[in-house]
Design a protein around this ligand. Structure first.
Ligand code: SAM
Length: 219
């Protein structure tokens, strides 16, 4: 459910900070027309990922959870010539819609979509060409599995961002036993004792409601 006040707030800020963008807007429209759920990152969050990737000077980005490629486009646009983004998606239909959206955005040649369960796809990737940044945004019960794979595949000094770690505060509510919240808790429990990682949660509010990103630096 979209909170109208926060939708207005996002739109207000975006009206100063984000230029109208045909490729991104058509990606959302085309995803919707093809029946994909409206669970992409928000515009402001997409731009944040883009700026983060640019600030880090990334050449290689890993994404888990492609959907229609909305966050993929934001991230791929941060890549220099010769840069590469690998994104893992379970559903062939989502991957097909994403491919069309990436083509329209002119970033298709930089993006490899691997279709199948991400746990299997990630296990097959080799860290010989490490990634600079990973963005994890797929099935939440597998968060820890994806994080551990990202740790193996992202260089030291690289960054792993995990989406939806606050979930309107449900993650911190012991009465909430849903598998998504449990998936976030498993990751947090792991991070408590993982000395290779420094992390923080940035809680956010906007058109997608109250949620947050986990930002992890691999030491
Ligand atoms: N990152 C996208 C964006 O912001 O535009 C949104 C991704 S959406 C929240 C999550 C995606 O993960 C869905 O497309 C879903 O099909 C995919 N997914 C779910 N389970 C998966 C799995 N086991 N392996 C890979 N992808 C999976």
């Amino acid at each position: 459910i979209v909170n109208e006040e926060w939708l207005r707030s996002d739109q207000y800020h975006n009206s100063f900070l984000v230029r109208p963008d045909d490729a991104l807007e058509s990606a959302l429209k085309n995803s919707d027309a093809n029946g994909l759920p409206a669970i992409a990152v928000s515009t402001a969050q997409g731009k944040y990922l883009h700026l983060l990737a640019r600030s880090l000077g990334v050449r290689r980005v890993l994404e888990v959870g492609t959907l229609g490629g909305y966050s993929t486009i934001w991230l791929a646009r941060a890549l220099p010539d010769g840069g590469k983004l690998v994104t893992c998606e379970l559903e062939q239909k989502h991957a097909d819609v994403a491919r069309a959206n990436l083509e329209r955005a002119g970033v298709s040649d930089k993006v490899q979509i691997i279709v199948g369960p991400a746990a299997d796809s990630l296990a097959k990737l080799q860290p010989d060409q490490p990634f600079d940044l990973a963005f994890i945004d797929a099935d939440k019960p597998s968060n820890l599995t994806y994080f551990l794979q990202a740790k193996r595949l992202v260089k030291k000094g690289g960054v792993v961002v995990v989406d939806n770690v606050v979930r309107r505060g449900r993650v911190a509510d012991p009465d909430e036993k849903d598998s998504e919240s449990e998936g976030v808790r498993a990751l947090l429990r792991h991070l408590k004792t993982d000395d290779d990682v420094e992390a923080t949660t940035i809680a956010t509010v906007g058109e997608k409601g109250f949620d947050g990103f986990l930002y992890a630096l691999l030491k």
